[in-house]
Design a protein around this ligand. Sequence first.
Ligand SMILES: *Cc1c(COP(=O)(O)O)cnc(C)c1O
Length: 397
Amino acid sequence: MPAYARVDLAFERGEGSWLVSTTGERYLDFASGVAVNALGHAHPHVVEAITEQARRVIHVSNLYRVPEGERLADRLCKASFADVVFFANSGAEAMEGVIKVVRKYQSANGHPERWRIVTFEGSFHGRTMATLAAAKNKKHLDGFGPVMDGFDQAPFGDIEATKKAIGKETAGILVEPVQGEGGVRSAPPAFFKALRQICDENGLLLAFDEVQTGIGRLGEMFGYQRLGVTPDVMGLAKGLGAGFPIGAVLATAEAGKGMTAGTHGSTFGGNPLAMAAGNAVLDVVLAPGFLDRVKHLERLFKQRLAEIKDRHPTVIAEVRGEGLLIGLRAAVPNGDLTDALRAEKLLGVGAGDNVVRLLPPLIVTEAEIADAVGRLDRACAAVERSLQGGRKQGAAG
Ligand SMILES: *Cc1c(COP(=O)(O)O)cnc(C)c1O
């Protein structure tokens, strides 16, 4: 189905931060498969782990124990606030699980009347019916029939509006630490602290969508650690499998207490191959010094990007984001900037709010960041030339 507006470009292999096209050209990959390839391409440890597991057993189903999954769940719990984990296969599926945990908790707690969730304008939680209903993006919902009920929305960062959106039927609040697809939009830590307080005062669960921000993307293992606020439940996916499809719902024992045997399930979720990929990713990301390096790269990259913005104010309006989730708000249509970057063999990703995202793999080197900045500089100069050309043409006409 033509559901994607694809670029006419294909890749035959990758290595680290680089992709090689079928025509043999090398691209610096700061799209990372939309924040998925946290360890770049063909990371030897991930390749080894997946190959080794595939030789032994790929899938057994959830009829039996999966030791690799128990190990991954234990490690995720040790690294986070969580006590229990449910494995799924994608971000949307993880977020469906998060929504179900929030509703089930209230019902198990004697409040079946509490089933609504407060979400935020500009958010993105996936393309299933419930996650679309949660984000309320009109473009994504158009033509798909009645929108599932149960979500009330407030402007992102607006504490008073959030309080007003809460009623007798509210079960929880769902928020992204940084809105990724929405355009790399942040809110101050005070906003998230207020959400925590609102939840505590009203017996609500605080749910985080860390599908994009989790697994080191913001320079901490999880985005909530950067904000100094702990959720009760969160969804993970993208970076967790380094390219292998995987999703996870993490919860405290209290928040997850309604999810007893038979309440939820997934045929593929948590299969040994996916678990091997997840464990291999944690081996690398949780190693001492790895996340400190990401934070160092963030400072370096942001400094250099600020210089580029100052040099090209007619192309870049703003540099924003946290960790290696960077957004360039464009002063021209963001698609034009993405195209110009690709012409310089640098890959980025569009987002809402006229933003181009730069999402280097977390294993990117300082030299590659310097290389990317050079390409961005040349791409901005090319956009400027076309702007001037357009103006001259306009004057001539
Ligand atoms: C990508 C994303 C999703 C959806 O993940 P899929 O794997 O595409 O289903 C959900 N939430 C956030 C914040 C995302 O960035």
